[in-house]
Ligand binder design. Structure first.
Ligand code: KG4
Ligand code: ZN
Length: 334
């Protein structure tokens, strides 16, 4: 079964052809990062316009790379939400036109679920149930995946997403957008014990997260150091900040996995590309007998192949959308 998938929820225009949910025949990603960089973040109106400009070409490239034509496609999968409304509309409208023209089924996919499914592409043996940490620029969720299409929401951020915190802190120490990868690199050479930033709500009996207090603590540290005329070692700030985020993410993930008797933890989303997070998860997993899974870097950040995987599993489990569906910018995980 061949799925043609489309992802346009934020600043990546991506189309992919996925066979039977797990085999990627093509995954073309056109990033707008260079355009948004000078504004320090994604400008929604510009994102929509750029999606319109590139979607046709990306679509054709996805088919060509996979060595197939429209006639070979059995299912259209498209990100329905969450995301930027104008950006989502470009992908959804394209998907509807294709499904109507080709007379094949269409399925609207939850972008967050897509991030989780990137792991099915990478790890052919991976099957639910597992505990899953989803950390991206817009979302921070701790979920229990019971089935391919059954996600139990256990914890979420109460304010900023983890990736958002990385991006904001990066900006405050003069790093370009998106800051996550830059902090990751810098943290490797900095001292993670240099500054004792708060581990927000780590001890509270909740699986929720909060990162805005940590972000403020970093800004206060920078301002106070400046006022006192002290030298700011940005590498130490990056390493200490990253460690404060990771301590909370890792601790809560393992607590949930143990509470649910799980022997697998899956991480997903842009921040799952973080070297520090991967290493810390693996080391603790080894100690506690829990297997850790994460996708390769390109499948961590936004891409259409993960949408194809999620669309396939929803479809074979009886879900299908109709052409009357609309985008859902605030769609949540169940
Ligand atoms: O999943 P994604 O591409 O988009 C959303 O759905 O939000 O995630 C993008 C986020 C950005 O905040 C970016 O800074 C972060 O993922 N990110 C990282 C790393 N690579 C990307 N954060 C920390 N370390 C990284 N290596
Ligand atoms: Zn995403």
């Amino acid at each position: 079964m061949l799925t043609l998938a489309i992802e346009t929820s934020c600043d990546e225009t991506s189309c992919a052809v996925v066979k039977d949910g797990r085999e990627v025949l093509s995954n073309i990603i056109s990033s707008q990062i260079e355009i948004h960089k000078k504004f320090g973040g994604v400008v929604p109106e510009i994102a929509s316009r750029k999606h319109i400009e590139s979607i046709d070409n990306i679509l054709q490239e996805a088919l060509d790379t996979a060595g197939v034509t429209f006639k070979d496609i059995d299912l259209i999968a498209v990100t329905q939400g969450p995301g930027l409304v104008g950006a989502l509309l470009v992908g959804l409208s394209t998907a509807k036109a294709l499904a109507y023209g080709l007379d094949i089924p269409i399925i609207g996919v939850n972008h967050i679920e897509g991030h989780v499914c990137a792991n099915f592409i990478e790890h052919k043996e991976l099957e639910p149930p597992f505990t899953c940490l989803i950390v991206s620029g817009g979302h921070t969720y701790l979920v229990q995946a019971n089935e391919y299409t059954d996600y139990e929401l256990i914890g979420r951020t109460r304010d900023d997403a983890a990736g958002e915190a990385f991006d904001k802190v990066a900006r405050s120490i003069g790093l370009p957008y998106p800051g996550g990868p830059h902090i990751d690199k810098m943290a490797k050479v900095g001292n993670k014990d240099a500054i004792d930033f708060p581990r927000v709500i780590i001890d509270e009996h909740t699986y929720d997260f909060s990162f805005s207090g940590l972000k403020t603590a970093v800004l206060n540290h920078l301002n106070q150091s400046k006022q006192k005329g002290e030298e700011i070692v940005v590498e130490d700030v990056a390493a200490s900040f990253q460690q404060a985020v990771l301590d909370v993410l890792v601790d809560k993930s393992f607590r949930l996995a143990k509470e649910r008797n799980q022997d697998k933890i899956v991480i997903a989303g842009g921040v799952a590309a973080n070297e520090g997070l991967r290493t810390m998860m693996k080391e603790r997993g080894k100690k506690e007998g829990i297997q850790i899974y994460y996708p390769s870097r390109v499948l961590c950040t936004d891409n259409a192949a993960m949408i194809g995987a999620a669309g396939y599993y929803n479809y074979i489990n009886g879900k299908v959308s109709d052409l009357g569906m609309n985008v859902m910018p605030n769609l949540d995980i169940k």
